[in-house]
Write a protein that binds this ligand. Structure first.
Ligand SMILES: Cc1cc2nc3c(=O)[nH]c(=O)nc-3n(C[C@H](O)[C@H](O)[C@H](O)COP(=O)(O)OP(=O)(O)OC[C@H]3O[C@@H](n4cnc5c(N)ncnc54)[C@H](O)[C@@H]3O)c2cc1C
Length: 412
């Protein structure tokens, strides 16, 4: 096997590992933290996690609407220099004009960012359309820019040839834009039922006809030159297995890497699953509700659940890589991998005292449903006001207080 150096493509290393009999590799995803202190702490954490887990590759996300463009690149380059096989996310809404700058040519901005990544030795890119920037509901293409991830993949192959390994996103339950509310759930087919979700008494599903369009489009993204699919988070392994089998039916033969969201906190889990309309099996939902007030029990359960999911995936023979959305935290990831014997007492290395500094750049200071502390005690965010202040319901009291941005802190 050739040396695994950071300037190699993921797909080449993965193929070599498979040929050498390695069954399961790991990969880790991080996001750019908001503060300089957070960045410093993240560097230390990435180093620790690399030492403990030897990930095949390390992803760095690109902030919604290009809000963290410079920092994402800086972090991915740092990862590259410190021995990670860096997999930099890049979206079609790439870079915002800086103060004093004229409008940015969106294609040139993306080209320049790709060139800077390549010049710094990065050989792996996740080509994405991107989410709308904070505060905006719908994603809009910039004028003269790319309309979707497929355009970006085509552009990269046209202008950069085979310099980059390319990953794209896949959605086992359908992309959220293709998931609609179902008026009468009794009309759903068995396949639709299996990927449907329910929130607040409503049922949502990517209907068969829309799912077919999603798969046709995914095939186009892969045929345009993608090497790898990394999936959206899921909590029902059966949905993922069906998705991989469907990929094969559609003639999509590249590795499909499951994106594993670690369960670290009740508020975050609820918020994210509702936002993405993710299917949450009834027993998982009930379990989470039963421990919602016990942060330590949620983390413990996060490990137990993660172990079950990973074991099921490995037993299925459908995967080669377990990709962890770390949320820039390590305890749950180590807990899962130690129990699976994919790491050796990594938990002994945990240092999450700095967890409060791992808030994403560009994100709100807290979101509705988050647990926070302020001078009045612990509470839960009930409403966020446009200036960043939060209406907080203080625990054990009926009182609501409004606290300015910075006067309340998220509890981790
Ligand atoms: C693994 C992973 C990593 C991510 N990382 C980031 C990140 O770092 N930064 C960030 O901002 N967001 C990230 N996202 C979120 C992602 O940007 C959003 O989900 C976004 O809404 C869609 O991106 P995409 O690349 O899947 O889009 P696309 O592949 O462009 O698809 C989006 C939707 O449009 C439809 N569509 C688009 N073009 C066509 C067409 N020509 N024909 C038919 N249908 C079409 C697709 O079927 C799909 O429903 C990530 C998502 C995943 C799964």
């Amino acid at each position: 096997m050739a040396a695994i150096t950071p300037d190699r493509k993921i797909i080449d290393i993965l193929n070599e590992k498979k040929a050498a009999g390695v069954k399961t590799c790991l990969s880790l995803e991080y996001f750019p933290p908001r503060t300089e202190e957070g960045v410093k702490n993240l560097y230390a954490r990435m180093d620790r996690m690399k030492g403990a887990l030897s990930p095949l590759f390390t992803d760095m996300t690109w902030g919604a609407g290009g809000s963290t463009a410079d920092l994402s690149l800086e972090l991915a380059l740092h990862a590259q220099k410190t021995g990670h096989v860096s997999n930099l996310h890049m979206t079609c809404t790439n870079i915002q004009a800086k103060e004093g700058e004229e409008d940015v040519d969106p294609k040139k901005a993306i080209h320049d960012a790709l060139q800077a990544a390549l010049d710094g030795g990065i050989r792996n890119i996740v080509a994405l359309r991107g989410d709308p920037p904070a505060g905006e509901e719908e994603w809009k293409a910039s004028e003269g820019g790319f309309a979707c991830a497929l355009d970006l993949v085509k552009y990269m192959r046209e202008h950069f040839g085979q310099e980059f390994g390319i990953s794209v996103a896949g959605y086992p339950e359908g992309h959220p834009n293709a998931i609609s509310e179902v008026a009468d759930p009794s009309t759903l087919t068995e396949a639709e039922k299996a990927r449907s979700s329910s929130f607040d008494g409503k049922t949502y599903c990517c209907l068969d006809a829309d799912y077919k369009k999603e798969m046709d489009y995914l095939k186009e993204k892969v045929d345009a030159g993608s090497d790898l699919i990394i999936t959206q988070m899921f909590f029902d392994v059966e949905v993922f297995k069906t998705f991989v089998k469907d990929c094969r039916k559609w003639g999509i033969n590249c590795p499909v890497v499951p994106g594993l969201m670690c369960i670290n906190a009740y508020g975050g889990f609820k918020k994210m699953t509702k936002f993405c309309k993710t299917r949450v099996p009834a027993d998982l939902d009930a379990k989470m509700d039963s421990i919602k007030d016990d942060a330590a029990a949620v983390k413990e359960f996060g490990v137990e659940f993660g172990v079950k999911v990973c074991q099921d995936l490995m037993d299925s023979g459908l995967i080669e890589v377990l990709h962890f959305y770390t949320l820039n935290l390590e305890k749950v990831v180590y807990g899962i991998l130690d129990q699976l014997k994919l790491s050796d007492n990594a938990l002994a290395l945990v240092n999450e005292k700095d967890a409060a500094s791992m808030v994403a750049k560009g994100s709100a200071w807290a979101r509705v449903g988050d647990e926070v502390t302020c001078e009045h005690g612990k509470g839960v965010v009930d409403e966020l006001l446009p200036d960043g202040s939060a209406v907080i319901v203080i625990s054990g009291k009926d009182d609501k207080v409004t606290m300015a941005k910075g006067a309340y802190q998220k509890v981790f």
